[in-house]
Design a protein around this ligand. Structure first.
Ligand SMILES: [Zn+2]
Length: 429
């Protein structure tokens, strides 16, 4: 039993309760108590959270393991994919995938992310990395038509058989579809059939760029979301990433099917893809979480940065400072992400899975901070802080990082191996 004591507990429960000087009790993989004041019972381990905010771990709802950031930073999406991304992921070996995943998950853990929704290749190797480092991971393949030399639905099924439920149940495998320009309506239908057979979810890029929309209209005579809808790809267990260029009709289709949306504002900005219609999506009642996308097109995995973008982009675009207020943005990064994946995480309440982070406020990012002021705390978390303020990351009741030190793997070794993997893969291109 772990007791996190004497911290400011931002529960993110339905009432958005905040306990100043509160406690969180973890037994095994579950939270068993949350409340105000010091914890009176016994504990195997006490984490003194004085000066810290205790909150649910962040959920990164659209994610790719990254092997080669800092390349082709100026290219538009399609060119970037063809000259950088696809060549890199076509030349992965098992060890490169493992270490690239370990390095990616390392950066996420250091920034307070406890769940990643990771679409990449060599899923069983990613699953090994997730199991070893301890993060919660939903993994999917990068499935496209055969001629594109990426993954097939059979690869994805094999990955499901090999890796779903591994890592103490923390690793799940979804069916992944790269994007419509590399797919056909038949492939989308087959992806839905496979997901239903396996009883699992779907992860797809949708309406990311105007070029994608034009390609879809040209090849299929319909907009991307309409094609996905007709093929049965949408649904409650489908995560549609980006959704930048949704028409009103497409928003209605998302709503009708209960499709989950990952909003990835910093990736959209960097790749020049535009600004998603987030206010309209939220007004329509869609469940929208947040994602960083990939280090190649972001270039940071820091979800604090993503949260800030998720507010500022819309305020700038609409000339409206009232949009995307801090508590709602943090809600997207915790509650909405967890809900999208059907996980019992995203809030600190008794009975939920123990995915918890501690953020240190004893630094200039959180100064000034009036005692007992929740509003200012939310503001600092979303607008002032970055991931370097995260002190402790706990997933499934297991402490992965404490005092910013990774406890589950050798951090310098991950960095060495990720550098070597990048150079090995680059030499093959
Ligand atoms: Zn992506």
């Amino acid at each position: 039993m772990i007791v996190i004591d004497n911290g400011t507990v931002l529960t993110m429960d339905d009432a958005r309760t905040v306990h100043f000087g509160g406690h969180v009790v973890i037994d095994g993989d579950r939270i068993t108590a949350v409340g105000a004041g010091r914890y009176a019972g016994a504990a195997d381990e006490v984490i003194d959270a004085a000066g810290m905010v205790v909150l649910p771990g962040l959920v990164d709802l659209h994610y790719h393991t990254a092997i080669g950031k800092g390349f082709s930073d100026h290219l538009p999406l399609w060119e970037y994919l063809d000259t950088c991304w696809y060549p890199l992921i076509r030349n992965l070996d098992a060890e490169a995938a493992y270490w690239a995943a370990a390095a990616s998950y390392l950066e996420s853990i250091k920034c307070g992310v406890t769940t990643v929704n990771d679409m990449y290749r060599r899923v069983p190797d990613l699953a090994r990395a997730a199991a070893d480092i301890g993060i919660r991971a939903v993994l999917s393949n990068d499935v496209a038509l055969d001629e594109h030399n990426l993954d097939t639905l059979q690869d994805n099924k094999d990955a499901y058989d090999a890796a779903h439920g591994t890592g103490g149940g923390r690793v799940e495998v979804y069916v992944g579809i790269e994007w419509l320009p590399l797919a056909s309506p038949e492939l989308l239908r087959d992806a839905r059939t496979l997901a239903d057979e396996l009883g699992t979810g779907i992860h797809v890029h949708l309406n990311e760029s105007l070029t994608e929309v034009e390609n879809s209209k040209e090849r299929f005579g319909r907009r991307p979301t309409e094609v996905a809808y007709d093929a049965g790809l949408l649904g409650r267990n489908t995560i549609a990433a980006h959704c930048v260029w949704l028409s009103d009709t497409e928003i209605a289709l998302m709503r009708e099917t209960g499709t989950q949306i990952s909003h990835n504002p910093s990736s959209n900005a960097k790749l020049g893809n535009g600004i998603a219609r987030l206010p309209e999506m939220l007004a329509a009642g869609l469940n929208v979480g947040l994602g960083h996308d990939a280090a190649e097109c972001n270039n940071s995995l820091d979800m604090f940065e993503v949260m800030k973008f998720a507010s500022l982009m819309h305020r700038a675009a609409r000339v409206d400072a009232s949009l995307q207020q801090a508590p709602d943005v943090l809600w997207m990064a915790t509650r909405n992400g967890a809900a999208a994946l059907g996980h019992e995480t995203g809030q600190l309440t008794a009975g939920r899975k123990a995915d918890v982070i501690l953020v240190d406020t004893r630094n200039v990012m959180f100064t000034p901070l009036a005692p007992g002021n929740a509003e200012q705390l939310y503001s600092h978390l979303v607008f002032a802080a970055n991931g370097s303020a995260v002190d402790t990351t706990i997933v499934d009741g297991r402490v992965l990082m404490r005092g910013r030190r990774l406890l589950t793997m050798d951090e310098p070794e991950i960095l060495r191996q990720a550098n070597a993997a990048f150079q090995r893969v680059l030499a093959r291109i």
